[in-house]
Design a protein around this ligand. Sequence first.
Ligand code: NAP
Length: 205
Amino acid sequence: MQRNNKRIGLMGGTFDPVHYGHLVTAEEARCQFGMEKVIFIPAGKPPHKTRKNISQPRHRLEMTWRAVGSNPDFTVSDQEIKREGLSYTVDTIQAFREQYEGWDIYFITGADAVLEILTWKKVEELLRKCCFVAASRPGFRLESMGEELTRLPAECTGRIKTLEVPALAISSTNIRQRVRDGRPIRYLLPEAVKDYIYRHGLYTD
Ligand code: NAP
């Protein structure tokens, strides 16, 4: 079937810190779904976050900029960080739809986050406005997606695509713990992000 609309990927996450698993996910999604570019959007105030000590938005934004620097197909938006209140994805997508009129929008994020989508603000409206790419780590049960999302209308579940990403064995949680324990983080994330973490004393509590 002929496809006319250009496609853009919006990469949503807390990125505390951004790592190679995220970068591989974005590149893989861009290639598989034919996106012109991918915009990383660090969440300002992520809804549902129970962890209180999320790094300051300015640090997460700066690390994300440093991570994407070498890829001309990637860029970063501070839209959620600049916006007041909680960072609801439906508001973000609406803003990008106005900016990218006529484009197909793909929201890329972790499969664990997508499993909770039924609790998100205006979920059906959200899935009408964009497709989702749910990136899963090794060991993630893809069937759980189908089991959890049965309460959504079929036309909505059809808008959620899955993407298995072996590199997502790397996780931000593990990187934060390694820094706290004084273990190495080299080769898990870009050198410039590693240097930023040490220079600013992030994750040492
Ligand atoms: P999270 O809890 O930090 O992440 C859940 C899981 O997904 C973690 O394993 C995480 O791994 C992984 N992950 C997160 N972002 C990813 C990405 N872009 N690519 C691959 N894996 C990713 O999730 P979160 O930051 O709260 O939420 C993710 C996105 O969903 C954000 O953009 C957030 O604003 C949005 N969200 C919206 C609503 C709403 O609108 N009501 C509610 C919840 C979340 P790492 O820790 O290694 O990244």
